[in-house]
Design a protein around this ligand. Sequence first.
Ligand SMILES: [Zn+2]
Length: 214
Amino acid sequence: MDIRFPSEGMELHSYCGLVFNMPAELIPERLASEIARVGHLSLWEYQHFTNHEHPTIGEEDYAAELELAQGWATALQSAFPDKRFVVEISPFDRTTWYQPLGDAPIDDEEVWELYSPPVCMSGAEMKAGLLEVFSALKTGEGGVGAFTEQQKANFKARTARRGPEGVCEKCGSDQGFSEPTVERAHRGVRMMNCLACEARVVHSTRTIRDRIGF
Ligand SMILES: [Zn+2]
């Protein structure tokens, strides 16, 4: 099992109009093995899956996501000035990019999640979770969509709720939190402070997408 963690630099190559971050001679074999492993995905979904990384794995520092996304945007634009891409961040979870083919989403998700993804998970837990994902994809039970929904539910179930009625993870107080403010550089993140200990906490997230070359 080969799980790649950030960030191994960009080796952007085009194959039949699709852009992947790997040497051109590896693309056909990699695509064939992904198809065998994951089953049917549309072309943008293959890119979305193949190109993703976890820059904030086990950490709360969201700056790494911004850095990675900005680096990708610059590299994609300079290598393929005539192509369009979407660089996507699911805050504290994953960052990826793809070409906007077919029904690929190109705008931010409208709804803020009430729960945060697992920002407090350790790197080891995250790796174990990824292995679960791969094994479920292999067996194909319920398909990728069903598995993703299940994963989201699992994350929510084991992630402490953060909100006016939540409990502060730092001090345990249930006094609540300040009004959330949107982090300007990272519009998928809202920040709040515990009213008791003033600890800064990340409240909620949504998927954010930047259009490159539109
Ligand atoms: Zn607190």
